[in-house]
Write a protein that binds this ligand. Structure first.
Ligand code: SF4
Length: 304
């Protein structure tokens, strides 16, 4: 939302408005990711796979790691190719989303992901889980929904475990960007909402510990903090204000879905990783797009 309200609204705001094939295309375009981002997703996927096999008592075929990561990256690139073809059909031209990736580049991404994987399984709490020091634990799907008023939130943690009387909720972040502590606190305390609504979990915020395991500057960094009612309330308020902002944006577009009413990104680098780059004025020339948009808004305000 902060990086680009337009991309955010296109990704999350149309689920109710449209259904069927059009909505699927929009989701696929919004989900478009660079090969680097696909490597990060593949890495997260194999870490969760590793834990899931361990929970079933199955052995992990160590030799398969590179192949598993490669399959995930190539599979995702293949699925994106279909999306790009559809975009090009609509454009009648070639898309900026088309990536021709050499085999050596895929090898490089696989190597990076393998290195980070080996480092992750030696990091806490994953190492303790694999050693059997943490016995009561499970992984969660990010698709799990938590109801807040009329909204369905995706705030589930990735790994959950119990130690003593506390439940630990961990978010695995493979993106490598350092988040300011204030943001991290609010983001992670949103996971407590998931815990509070789950059967068998405590009904008090202070029985949860929120944690992150983040790849940043060459290593995994583990952060943890006790949740509190105040922090969970702050996180809830933030979510509600984001949802309200989404509703306002949605109303601003009107029934004709006037996308020109949606503010564009702040920075050009946000557009470089965006699936809407071909059809959005920000993707063409962000500076000019922003200027045109504010001129339109002024003209509209003066005619009201
Ligand atoms: S191309 Fe840029 S301005 Fe347009 S939706 Fe994407 S991130 Fe936002």
């Amino acid at each position: 939302m902060e990086k680009c309200p337009r991309a955010w609204a296109l990704k999350y705001g149309f689920n109710r408005k449209f259904s069927g094939t059009f909505n699927r295309h929009l989701i696929n375009i919004s989900d478009w990711s660079s090969p680097w981002r696909l490597m990060q997703r593949a890495l997260r996927g194999v870490i969760i796979d590793r834990l899931d096999l361990h929970s079933k008592g199955k052995s992990w075929p160590e030799d398969d790691l590179a192949m598993r990561i490669r399959h995930r990256i190539i599979g995702a690139l293949e699925r994106q190719r279909t999306t790009v073809k559809l975009v090009e059909l609509r454009l009648g031209d070639s898309s900026k989303l088309r990536v021709e990736i050499e085999n050596e580049e895929i090898n490089r991404l696989v190597e990076i992901a393998c290195y980070r994987f080996h480092s992750a399984v030696k990091s806490e709490p994953i190492a303790s889980i694999l050693r059997g020091d943490i016995v009561e634990w499970f992984t969660c799907s990010r698709l799990e929904k938590t109801k807040l008023d009329r909204w369905d939130l995706h705030v589930a943690p990735d790994i959950v475990w119990r130690q003593g009387r506390n439940w630990h909720l961990l978010k695995l972040t493979v993106q490598g960007t350092a988040i300011p502590v204030k943001h991290r606190r609010l983001e992670t305390n949103a996971m407590v909402l998931w815990g509070l609504f789950r059967t068998g979990m405590p009904a008090m915020a202070n029985r949860f510990v929120v944690e992150t395991l983040t790849w940043n500057r060459g290593r995994w960094r583990h952060w943890s903090e006790h949740a509190s009612n105040r922090l969970v309330d702050d996180a809830t308020m933030l979510i509600k204000s984001d949802m309200q902002a989404m509703t306002d944006l949605y109303l601003k577009m009107g029934d004709s879905c006037d996308l020109s009413q949606l503010p564009l990104a702040e920075q050009r680098r946000t557009c470089r990783n965006c699936g809407h780059i071909d059809t959005c004025p920000g993707g063409e020339d962000l500076q000019r797009g922003r200027l045109e948009q504010s001129a339109l808004e002024m003209a509209k305000a003066s005619s009201e």
